[in-house]
Write a protein that binds this ligand. Structure first.
Ligand code: HEM
Ligand code: HEM
Length: 178
């Protein structure tokens, strides 16, 4: 059995898993949009829900970082050294950056392309503070899509690393997060 101090705090674990689910959902929604007819209500709903799931991730990211700064996680036993330690730290920074950068890019794309942010299942639009620019919106969308693709691999590597820690290195990395 783990004592509380062997693990990330309850809040940190909650944020980690809730946000992991939301990120999978954001991917699943946007990738499934092609299953629905262009212009259909269902497709609009799926795409707009992608926006809002991403916005929830962005809001949660601020609270998660605050929690992370308040509590240093317990160390991995046996401790990681050298390259593995650097790779773990770097990938965690990248994952944290993604939680902010990806939704901000998506949000800016929508605001600058359409001039407003739609609220799903309503006719309501939140007006954009930015001028509309198709060219800029297209560039932002391209970066958003590119990052989305790159992070399949970063997230994939993160999951493989967790499996490796648990089943091959047999350390407490995963136990600290569950
Ligand atoms: C965790 C957050 C997010 C993730 C992981 C994510 C991921 C993605 C991915 C992978 C794509 C490309 C899909 C494809 O090429 O088929 C995409 C497209 C897009 N996303 Fe996001 N996104 C996030 C947040 C947001 C937010 C917050 C918004 C807007 C408020 C947004 C707006 C868009 C738009 C406008 C597209 C292009 C859709 C289209 O071409 O029809 N995303 N997103
Ligand atoms: C099934 C999927 C996932 C598994 C099994 C998993 C597992 C883990 C584990 C075991 C840790 C602790 C690592 C350590 O302390 O060295 C961790 C940390 C972390 N995970 Fe995940 N994770 C998953 C999905 C995700 C996703 C989708 C994201 C965000 C895009 C994410 C972001 C992070 C971050 C930023 C940390 C660092 C926490 C910190 O030390 O502050 N994880 N993950």
């Amino acid at each position: 059995m783990n004592t509380p101090s062997d693990r990330y705090t309850y809040k940190a674990r909650w944020f980690h898993w809730a946000m992991a689910i939301l990120i999978v959902l954001a991917y699943a929604l946007i990738l499934s949009r092609t299953q629905f007819e262009r212009g259909s209500q269902l497709r609009t709903f799926v795409v707009q829900t992608h926006f809002w799931v991403g916005i929830v991730v962005l809001v949660m990211a601020f609270f998660r970082i605050a929690e992370r700064r308040r509590h240093t996680p317990p160390g991995i036993m046996p401790p990681l050294e050298g390259f593995l330690r650097t790779a773990a730290t770097l990938s965690h920074y990248l994952l944290y950056a993604f939680l902010f950068v990806q939704p901000v890019l998506g949000l800016l794309t929508v605001l600058i392309e359409k001039g407003s942010l739609p609220i799903p299942l309503t006719q309501l639009l939140i007006p954009s503070p930015f001028p509309v620019s198709e060219d800029l919106a297209e560039s932002l969308e391209d970066i958003h899509k590119l990052l989305g693709t790159i992070f399949y691999y970063v997230i994939g590597l993160h999951v493989i690393a967790a499996i490796w820690h648990h089943f091959v290195r047999k350390d407490n990395t995963v136990k600290r997060m569950v």
